[in-house]
Structure formats: structure tokens, C-alpha cells
Design a binder for this molecule. Structure first.
Ligand code: G3I
Length: 393
């Protein structure tokens, strides 16, 4: 029996042959059929031996399992809040610690901070013995409308310092970790005008490439107890773009470490795709090893599996999604530097993918460990199996 991961590679090669055949024959259905058989292995049953909450299965190996959630989900959906507290050891606000997201404005104006929503979520976390992580202090997205009008070359350093010191100071000593800088490398470094692949964000324009070092140094003083994380996406597959991203992120981390920047960990968002045939365990393993060799911890910070391009059949879709979770985590958790696995949402009831990557057939998406009725799916089993198989840290 061809093991799932090699099976994908074996069939991908075959698929390449069909690509020309499919084109010649003009029959996409041949391609689709063979792509699906490359993705789906009906013999995988994801059986588990122990039905303990994911937070316990992970904690048995000194791994933290957690999820993101939003204020209204935690405060108004009691059924969901119970599952969040039962399954997770860590909570990260999806919106409430950004400068401005949805109807939550941490920064309503240049002189104001509104901590109410994040404070309520921290209180929930403390009540249920969950760790709390902050996302994201310095990013080019989710900036309030006033930012563009107010911030400039002259005051950007002061604005950044004030934001980091005030927000981290407010939660000092109560945070597991902070995404200090988020997504500083171009979406596609191959298309970047810069050799280092740095995005030319407002922070970059106003403060130059050293804005990242500057942010981390302020953060280290603002809360010496928090793990300080550089967070990014597009690091998962063996595509030209992801390989370029890995090189650029590794280059950035090496430069930061060389200048003594107080960065403690890399956050790998792991927004995975159910329809990808480009997962290569060896190259991912090598990347994780090189990051760990910089004396950095690694957190999987926003894991989900986009199923928008998968067949409508729910059994097939759930099996493919679970296979992606298990194949990815079986590689990632082999790296001892990986200390946390955090999903971006816990239940299909609340996932940003419903809005950002809806299915063409308008079927509800199914990217997360629990379904919309908060019942465990095969993806839950995949996480449980990965934690059970992992070595203790
Ligand atoms: O629905 C409100 C609308 O009523 C309001 O008028 C408008 C004003 O801005 O906001 C609308 O909400 C937006 C929401 O998407 C719609 O679903 C939020 O502003 C917007 O922040 C939100 O997008 C979030 C996105 O980050 C940008 O902050 C997503 O929920 C969130 O899941 C996503 O998460 C990001 C991570 O932070 C970083 N990594 C990638 C990840 C996925 O994109």
C-alpha cells in the first residue's frame, strides 16, 4: 500500500502525464478524477484510541493546542464557549487586539485605546485556565481609517512605540505570546522589487527595514514575560512562491538574530489547502530545522484547511481535510522546537473562510476540527492522532 504522502507524489507524477493527455483530450473530468484520487485515500479511517479533549492530548506531550475566536462568539454563544474551554489550552482574539477589525476598534482614534472586548476575552481565558496570545501589534492590515491621515515619516516611530508600550503594558505579565510583527514579507517574494522580499508597507516606508527590529525591542521592554513572535503565511508547500517565502523569512530571521533582535519564535500560520498536491514533507522538515537552528521556537498559529476546491461529497471532503491536517502535523510535530498548534477558529460555525473563500457550489465550508453543530469531525481525529503520536517536548 502506498503511504498517503508518497502516494500523492506518485500520483502527481502520473497526473503530470495526464495533464497533457487531459489537455489533448480536452477532458477536464479525467484530470479532476485523477487529482481527486491523488488527494483522497478511502482506506484512511483516522481511528483514535482516546477521546480526551485536544488540549489534554497535546498537553501530554507539552504541546499547547489552542484556537482563535471573536468576542461575540465567546460572549454570546454559550454552547461554543463551553467547547472552546473544553478543547483549548490557549485563546487568541481573531479581531480584538488588532488596531481595528470588524466592529472592534482597539484604536478608535490616535489618542484612544478601547480594551473592553479584549479584556472580556482575557477574563474568559483566565476563568477557564486558558493561555492568552495577542495578534497582531504591527501589521499593514486592519489599520483604522485615521491611520493614513495621521501617521507619517516624522511621527511613525512615536506612534509605533506608543501603541506597543500601551497595549503590551495593559496586558503585561498575562500574555503567553504576541505576534509583534505580522506578514512583513511580500505575498510573492519572487515578484518583489527587493532582494530581501520585504513588503513596502507604511511602517517600512516611514521607518525603513529596521522597523521590525525596532518593534521587537520595544516589545521586549514592554513585557519581558511574553514570547515575541514573527508571524507569516505561505511557508507550507513546495511551490516556487512558498520556497521563495521560506528563503525570505529565514533571511529575515537570520538578520534579526545577527543584530540581537529579541525575537523568540516564528509563527507559521499554516492556512493549508485541501486541493494542493505540492506538500513535500522533506522540504518542510528542512525549513523547520533551519528555523530551530536559530534558537527560535515555532508556533503553528492559524491552522485551517481550505476545502473550497474539494468535491461536494462531505465524506470525501472531510477525509481529505483530515489527511492534510495529519500529514502536515506528522511532519511539524517531529520538530521539537514546535511548541503550539493553534487553529484559526475551532468550529465550521465560525470560520473566516466562509466569507473569504466560499465554495462555488455554495455548500458550507468544512475547514476546522468541529462541525457547525460543534461535533468532532475527522479533522478532530487527525489532530488527536498527531498529538498522540508526537514525542513529548
Ligand atoms: O463585517 C464588518 C462590517 O460590518 C464593517 O463595516 C467592516 C468595517 O471594516 O468590517 C467588517 O468586518 C471585517 C470582517 O473581516 C468581515 O468578515 C473586518 O473588518 C475584517 O478585519 C475581517 O477580516 C479579518 C482579517 O484577518 C483582517 O483583519 C478576518 O476576519 C480574519 O480571519 C483575518 O485573519 C487573518 C489574520 O489576522 C492574519 N493571517 C491571515 C488571516 C486570514 O486572513
Amino acid at each position: 500500500m502506498i503511504p498517503p504522502i508518497n502516494r500523492r507524489r506518485f500520483l502527481r507524477l502520473g497526473l503530470g502525464a495526464f495533464a497533457s493527455l487531459g489537455t489533448v483530450l480536452g477532458s477536464r473530468s479525467i484530470l479532476q478524477k485523477h487529482k481527486l484520487s491523488a488527494l483522497d485515500n478511502p482506506s484512511r479511517d483516522f481511528a483514535i484510541t482516546e477521546w480526551s479533549p485536544l488540549r489534554e492530548l497535546a498537553a501530554n506531550k507539552d504541546i499547547i493546542f489552542g484556537a482563535s475566536a471573536r468576542f461575540d462568539q465567546v460572549m454570546s454563544d454559550k454552547q461554543f464557549a463551553v467547547l472552546l474551554a473544553q478543547e483549548c489550552r490557549l485563546l487568541v482574539p481573531e479581531w480584538e487586539l488588532k488596531w481595528s477589525a470588524g466592529d472592534h476598534h482597539l484604536r478608535p482614534s490616535p489618542g484612544e485605546f478601547d480594551f473592553a472586548a479584549a479584556d472580556a476575552m482575557l477574563s474568559f481565558a483566565q476563568t477557564h485556565h486558558l493561555l492568552f496570545r495577542g495578534h497582531a501589534l504591527i501589521w499593514h492590515e486592519s489599520l483604522p481609517k485615521w491611520f493614513q491621515k495621521v501617521v507619517n515619516h516624522q511621527n511613525a516611530a512615536k506612534v509605533m512605540k506608543h501603541h506597543i508600550e500601551t497595549v503590551m503594558g495593559h496586558y503585561r505579565g498575562r500574555m503567553h505570546s504576541w505576534d509583534v510583527v505580522n506578514e512583513a514579507i511580500e505575498y510573492d517574494p519572487l515578484a518583489s522589487q527587493r532582494a530581501d522580499g520585504l513588503r513596502q508597507t507604511p511602517w517600512f516606508e516611514f521607518l525603513g527595514p529596521d522597523y521590525i527590529d525596532f518593534a521587537f525591542r520595544i516589545a521586549a521592554k514592554a513585557d519581558p514575560d511574553a514570547l515575541l513572535v514573527y508571524n507569516d503565511f505561505g511557508l507550507d508547500y513546495n511551490t516556487a512562491m512558498d520556497k521563495a517565502k521560506r528563503r525570505a523569512v529565514l533571511g529575515l530571521l537570520k538578520r534579526l538574530k545577527a543584530k540581537g533582535t529579541p525575537v523568540h519564535a516564528l509563527g507559521i500560520q499554516a492556512h493549508l489547502r485541501g486541493d494542493s498536491l505540492d506538500f513535500d514533507p522533506q522540504s518542510l522538515r528542512q525549513f523547520l530545522k533551519e528555523v530551530a537552528a536559530l534558537d527560535l521556537k515555532i508556533l503553528i498559529t492559524e491552522m485551517d484547511v481550505n476545502d473550497s476546491k474539494l468535491p461536494a461529497d462531505i465524506q470525501k471532503r472531510d477525509r481529505i481535510v483530515a489527511g492534510v491536517y495529519e500529514d502536515y502535523l506528522s511532519v511539524v510535530l517531529d520538530e521539537p522546537a514546535v511548541i503550539a498548534v493553534i487553529t484559526w477558529g475551532l468550529s465550521d460555525r465560525y470560520t473566516y473562510l466562509s466569507e473569504f473563500f466560499p465554495r462555488a457550489d455554495h455548500q458550507p465550508v468544512r475547514p476546522l476540527p468541529l462541525d457547525t453543530n460543534l461535533q468532532p469531525k475527522l479533522a478532530w481525529n487527525a489532530l488527536a492522532r498527531a498529538f498522540q503520536k508526537a514525542q513529548k517536548r
